[in-house]
Design a protein around this ligand. Structure first.
Ligand code: BG6
Length: 521
């Protein structure tokens, strides 16, 4: 049992708060392809409304929703208002703010494959008063990746994509970026046939999370930790992204994806690269992304034999999660009753570079686990236990630093302290930092930050082409190891448990154990 120890939070803003100035944002128009979809209603419009409410949007902007269904500006606005009541981060929706925001929303009905629709879009843009609204264009492709190529070609042909030095034009795309290296390369070729790589903003919503961004601040602005961030001091690292939810109504998508493609290839490798990369030469997008790619390239390649030893997959069967019965994965809607798709992955990666040689990085993620929590645990090497062995036994807990990405966003440091009393007793205690306690409950949605960065033209938080392709190489090697091998009994786990036993065995190979994500009360 650990005893929590609080620390005083230093909140003098005089020396503490640095930066935070938003860049000047030029007026622009955001064109959302797939405006009738879920992403638009749940994430994009709520994020834009919130930014507008907080006066973070450019002085002037328009949003054009492009989709096939017949709608008017008024009916689209009405639909979005209903969605906002449900999905807005701050409720209730402020009527005055909404009315001012709604005036900037326009609907363009059309088929993605129809030239005439793009003509209509072009004409609509010409009705917007100032030149920047017609020239600075953010195209958000909230559509299936199979349609990316078509849309990019169409906006290119209609003269909206490359205005030859007039204003700026950018394309934002969502995952999945392919389902393996070859399809990702094909997709990237389609995207960049008419757009420059610098115009393409690939979203991984984990990079929009405050706590994920804080990894860089934490690592590179604190000398005491910076010095310890290497093989001399770190014993191993655990990255856990556990989800209490099952696949729900996404069975159809999940059958094509699985946990490796859905979570590891993108979100988890992104977190890993921020945790492990070298300091970039600056915070410029290319400098940061160069380091992330370098890190991904230093991950030791996995042969099929390595996959058998170092990667554990699992699939949930029926069980109880938090007192609620859940069906097994094979019983979910749109799932093949004999499916071999993994809903859980745990793996050990080794990074062959000067800093991390020999330090195992353990990653695990899964659906229907006992709790929803994402965290990174840096487990430091133990001290030589010569002093306290007689009194406290041979095992002395080593220091650990936990970055809680969500929920209970914060950081904890575990160290040993003396148990008060006349005898010598040592016990691990923790120091906690909590975002809420220090900064209040302000946690912007990932999409707010990402939309703002795309409007500002800062690509640091977006994934570069070589990054996405390198991450696929890692995922593909694992899939090759699994190819043609159906799941075995050892690979199933009951919903509501921490995954298959084999995941414990994986850590036991080197005498390690998984640590349950922290619950901070
Ligand atoms: C998505 C995955 O990218 O991330 C989902 O497709 C997953 O399966 C989600 O549930 C997790 O995101 P978050 O922000 O809830 O941790």
């Amino acid at each position: 049992m650990l005893r929590a120890m609080s620390i005083m939070n230093l909140s003098e803003p005089s020396h503490g708060d640095i930066g935070g100035e938003r860049k000047n944002l030029t007026p622009c128009t955001i064109v959302i392809f797939g405006a009738s979809g879920d992403l638009t209603a749940r994430k994009l419009i709520p994020a834009l409304y919130q930014l507008f409410k907080e006066k973070q949007m450019p002085a002037d902007f328009r949003v054009v929703g492009f989709a096939r269904r017949e709608k008017t500006d008024a009916s689209w606005r009405q639909e979005l208002r209903t969605a906002l009541d449900q999905f807005s981060r701050t409720k209730p929706v402020d009527d005055k703010v909404w009315l001012a925001f709604a005036e900037k929303l326009f609907y363009c009905q059309g088929d993605l494959t129809d030239d005439v629709a793009y003509k209509k879009l072009e004409t609509q843009l010409t009705t917007f008063g100032s030149a920047p609204l017609r020239e600075n264009l953010l195209f958000y492709l909230a559509i299936s990746p199979s349609q990316f190529g078509e849309v990019v070609e169409q906006i290119h042909r209609s003269g909206l994509l490359n205005k030859e030095g007039v204003g700026w034009q950018r394309i934002v795309v969502e995952k999945p970026f392919g389902h393996d290296l070859a399809s990702a390369q094909a997709l990237n070729r389609e995207l960049t046939r008419y757009a420059h790589e610098q115009q393409v903003y690939r979203i991984d919503h984990y990079l929009g999370k405050e706590t994920v961004q804080n990894i860089l601040m934490f690592r590179f602005s604190n000398s005491i930790f910076e010095r310890l961030w290497n093989r001399e001091s770190v014993d191993h690292v655990q990255i856990t992204v556990s989800e209490k939810i099952g696949v729900g109504d996404r069975g159809g998508y999940y059958e094509e994806a699985g946990a490796l493609r859905d979570m590891v290839q993108n979100h988890m490798l992104q977190v890993l690269s921020l945790i492990a990369m070298e300091p970039p030469v600056s915070l410029e997008a290319e400098a940061v992304r160069d380091e992330k790619v370098k890190l991904l390239k230093s991950i030791r390649e996995l042969t099929p034999a390595d996959v058998a030893r170092q990667v554990v997959r699992g699939q949930y069967f029926a069980g109880s999660v938090g007192g609620q019965m859940r069906p097994g994965y094979r019983q979910e809607v749109k799932v093949n009753p004999d499916s071999n798709v993994e809903t859980y992955v745990a793996l050990k990666l080794l990074i062959d570079n000067w800093r991390w040689s020999g330090v195992p990085f353990y990653l695990r993620t899964g659906k229907n686990l006992p709790m929803s929590a994402s965290e990174v645990r840096i487990q430091f090497r133990p001290t030589p236990n010569v002093l306290f062995a007689a009194q406290c036994g041979s095992h002395l807990d080593a220091n650990a630093l936990t970055l809680r990405l969500q929920p209970n966003e914060g950081i904890s440091l575990r160290f040993n302290g003396k148990v008060p009393g006349t005898t010598i007793g040592v016990r691990p205690v923790r120091m906690h930092f909590s975002y809420d306690a220090e900064f209040g409950a302000y946690t912007p949605e990932a999409y707010e930050r990402l939309l703002l960065e795309a409007i500002a033209g800062d690509a640091t938080l977006f994934i570069r082409r070589d990054e996405v392709e390198t991450a696929w190489q890692i995922a593909d090697a694992i899939r090759t190891g699994w190819d043609g091998k159906p799941l075995t009994n050892r690979e199933f786990y009951a919903a509501g448990t921490w995954g298959p036993i084999a995941a414990d065995d994986l850590l036991a190979q080197l005498g390690h154990t998984w640590h349950e994500p922290q619950v901070i009360k």
